[in-house]
Design a protein around this ligand. Structure first.
Ligand code: NDP
Length: 330
């Protein structure tokens, strides 16, 4: 039974040598336990923070212990009356091919192959983050301009589509010309900008947003965000969802550097973690499911194959290797 542990704490970008695969004995389910076979593993940018030995809203990973993330698994043996063999479950589980669980925190999900991975993305943590961050903090109104960074990723691609459904003009910022095309063709963004081949991003955003920026959904932080904030309107709302451009920095950066703009524009900048909105999860899930089933919302995935490729998939998030949700199929 293969297990991936955190072998060294990454310095800067994570490297393959920071992870190690161990072989353990095959576990068996005791009374009250289930034996789970890992089917799909979610890799997410926030895991990078857990690899540092630093206090955060979740405890750091321990060295030489398995990493964890959102996982879809199949129940292959059960001594727990709540689960039967063949059930598919979603949980925050360990990077192991097989593992036992007492069932706490596991949720049975429909075994519909067409939508299985959606529970790691649009109908899971990333979809809820997109929908609730935008609606609860961004407070979008029809006709307003919404700018999204990290736009072609798991969260960003849902934010943009929800913005369109709520009547906004939506502009995405992303890291390649292919992703610019994807944003316009598949996700119906009005405009998209490749930040990697733009000389003056502040001006490009200005050109793409003739009426200024009312809402900036920030997934990346750093210089890109400063360039967006240079274009905000009076009373702009800025849901601060993530700062992936800074997660590998060894020393904390200061900023944003454009505080005078935030003052002048009476802007609201609010950080959040999705669990802040736990009370709204059922309603948000209902809305996302309704849009998905009605064909109003779509999603995209990048699927790496093989248990051994979980670290590469994780590292790929920091290279822009994914379009939509990054998932590993075991
Ligand atoms: P994504 O699917 O968006 O994957 C990460 C993407 O970030 C990459 O594909 C890449 O796209 C972009 N990126 C990587 N490095 C940089 C960089 N230096 N500068 C700019 N862009 C970069 O991940 P998620 O959708 O899962 O997460 C997006 C953000 O949301 C993250 O910051 C994450 O931490 C945050 N998040 C926050 C949650 C919360 O509760 N607050 C919950 C879930 C996610 P590109 O090619 O465009 O550069």
């Amino acid at each position: 039974n293969k297990v991936i542990v955190l072998y060294k704490r990454p310095v800067g970008k994570a490297e393959l040598g920071d992870f190690k695969t161990n072989i353990e004995e095959m576990p068996t389910a005791d009374d009250g336990e289930v034996l789970l076979k890992t089917i799909y593993v979610s890799v997410d940018p926030y895991l990078r923070g857990r690899m540092n030995d630093a206090e955060s809203y979740i405890p750091p990973f321990e060295l030489n212990k398995p990493l964890q993330s959102g996982i879809i698994a199949e129940v292959v043996d059960s001594n727990n009356t709540l689960f039967k063999i063949g059930d598919f479950v979603l949980g925050n589980l360990e990077w192991k091919e097989y593992q036992v669980s007492d069932g706490k925190g596991l949720r049975i999900i429909p075994n519909d192959p067409a939508y299985l991975t959606a529970y790691l993305g649009v109908l899971g943590m990333t979809g809820l983050t997109a929908y609730l961050g935008l609606t609860q903090i961004g407070l979008p109104k029809p006709g307003e301009t919404l700018v999204v960074s990290g736009a072609a990723g798991a969260v960003g691609s849902i934010v943009g589509q929800v913005g369109k459904l709520l009547g906004c003009r939506v502009v995405g910022i992303t890291g390649s010309d292919e992703k610019v095309q994807l944003l316009k063709s598949k996700f119906h963004f009005d405009e998209a900008i490749n930040y990697k081949n733009t000389v003056d991003l502040t001006r490009s955003i200005n050109a793409a947003c003739p009426n200024g920026v009312d809402i900036y959904f920030d997934n990346v932080g750093g210089k890109i965000s400063d360039d967006v904030l240079n274009n905000i309107n009076k009373h702009a709302r800025i849901p601060l969802c993530g700062a992936i451009s800074l997660y590998n920095d060894a020393t904390p950066v200061l900023g944003p550097y454009i505080q005078p703009v935030l003052v002048k524009k009476s802007a609201l900048i609010q950080g959040f973690i999705v669990s802040d909105f736990a009370a709204q999860f059922p309603e948000a899930t209902r809305q996302l499911t309704e849009w998905l089933m009605a064909g109003k919302l779509t999603y995209h995935e990048t699927i790496y194959k093989g248990f051994d490729h979980i670290p590469q998939a994780f590292m790929g998030l920091f290279e822009g290797s994914n379009e939509g949700k990054m998932v590993v199929k075991i």
